[in-house]
Design a protein around this ligand. Structure first.
Ligand SMILES: [Zn+2]
Length: 413
């Protein structure tokens, strides 16, 4: 057959996404499928069943990463890989991650039913704990697989209830026998929703990011002095929450002050004892800094750190700062990025060359093999929320681009 005419089945892709959206469905139309939860297990079970239905060889590694392999005509060649993650944020959306897994599955189903042969083998993957919301940091299992993070470090991460990653992996039955260690890969494509407003704003269907911004995470701990709020005069208070409030605004002003392309966010805060009539004596909050320029992001952090220390000293609230995680910016393989743009054009879809502000497993894959991503529009630019949405026609378009990028790449010499 003329492979250039081949298309994925958009209705089937939609059905798969709708089936997955039932697992951990939330009342307002989102999903909550935290990594290594019972919902994650159910989604994995269904995914594995679907892989086996189309004769893919399924491997599960010691990080719970799930791989499905389709042989090539020259089966010793390194595989072309594609995938994403089935886990979600708390009260997250129905497309983040799962679109890339179901999109790659739909490609595999299309190849299977049309008996398409490819030179390189092809592999689909579900990476464990991409989100990092139950167990920080994010993208931990692609990081271990890529050889950037230590397996035992990942196993030891704990959730808010003190449960360990390693134990939860065993509990849901997905600690597999295969070592989580990279093998040669010919290329990796990750299909994902944009999670931002650019594509919708510019009325484009397909986004081809030139890479992913660096991602730097910090944790700040403040100690104040608790006291009854009524009798304690305003002077001489050591109010940890007020110190945090100043620090949060300093973080928010940081990009303006630094100039250049940078974003800085405080997204999580815990206040102790969190009582209306006690002066707060313990606050923890997070700082997230992202930029295309790693040095600029670090320089910004150094400025912010001085500010935070100054605020803490002035308010008498001792500060502890943990530099939790730094993932460098990831420039993708230009040849593959161009292929995404060209393929979109050949299929009649408009496209945009852009950057990804969100982190993805593609960051770590980019350290293993030539990597690119395919984005489709997020309605209203919203993501990590229950109203996260993408038009079904765009889901189909992205999967068709993925299909043809994978076909071209799998037939390369
Ligand atoms: Zn994602």
């Amino acid at each position: 057959m003329d492979l250039s005419k081949l298309r994925i089945n958009g209705a089937r892709l939609r059905t798969s996404l709708e089936e997955m959206a039932k697992i951990g469905a939330t009342p307002n139309g989102g999903v909550q499928r935290l990594t290594l939860s019972d919902e994650d297990k159910r989604a994995r079970d269904l995914f594995v069943k679907w892989l086996k239905e189309i004769d893919l060889a399924v491997t599960i590694d010691e990080m719970g990463n799930i791989f499905g392999r389709r042989p090539g005509t020259e089966d010793n060649l390194p595989p072309v890989m594609s995938g994403s993650h089935v886990d979600s944020q708390p009260k997250g959306g129905r497309f983040d991650g799962i679109l890339g897994v179901m999109g790659a599955l739909e490609v595999m189903r299309t190849l299977h039913e049309n008996k398409v042969k490819t030179r390189h083998p092809m592999m689909i993957v579900d990476w464990t704990n991409e989100e990092g919301s139950r167990f920080a940091p994010a993208m931990v299992s692609s990081g271990v697989w890529a050889g950037v993070l230590e397996r035992d470090y990942a196993y030891g991460r704990t959730d808010i209830n003190g449960k360990k990653f390693g134990e939860e992996l065993v509990r849901i039955g997905y600690k597999g026998p295969a070592p989580a260690a990279k093998w040669p890969v010919h290329a990796y494509y990750e299909y994902h929703i944009e999670q931002g407003p650019m594509l919708e704003g510019q009325k484009k269907t397909i986004g081809a990011p030139k890479g992913i911004l660096c991602l730097h995470w910090y944790d700040i701990y403040l100690t104040g002095e608790a006291n009854q709020v009524g009798p304690t005069p305003m002077e001489g208070r050591h109010d940890a929450l007020c110190a945090a409030a100043e620090m949060i605004l300093a973080t928010n002003r940081l990009p303006d002050r630094m100039g250049g392309n940078i974003v800085a966010t405080v997204g999580e805060i815990q206040n102790k004892p969190n009582s209306r009539n006690i002066i707060p004596d313990g606050v923890h909050f997070t700082v997230d800094i992202r930029s295309w320029d790693d040095d600029h992001a670090i320089k910004a952090w150094e400025h912010l750190k001085i500010d935070l220390q100054e605020i803490a000293a002035r308010r008498g609230t001792p500060i502890r700062i943990d530099e939790t995680w730094r993932c460098p910016h990831a420039p993708f393989a230009e040849r593959l990025v161009q292929r995404v743009l060209d393929t979109a054009g050949e299929l009649g879809y408009s496209s945009l060359h852009m950057v990804s502000g969100a982190g993805h497993d593609a960051s770590y894959m980019n350290q293993v093999c030539p990597t690119a991503m395919i984005f489709v529009p997020s309605i209203g630019g919203r993501s990590h929320v229950e109203v996260e949405n993408t038009a079904w026609s765009d889901c189909e378009a992205g999967a068709n681009v993925l299909l043809h990028c994978l076909l071209k790449t799998a037939d390369e010499h």
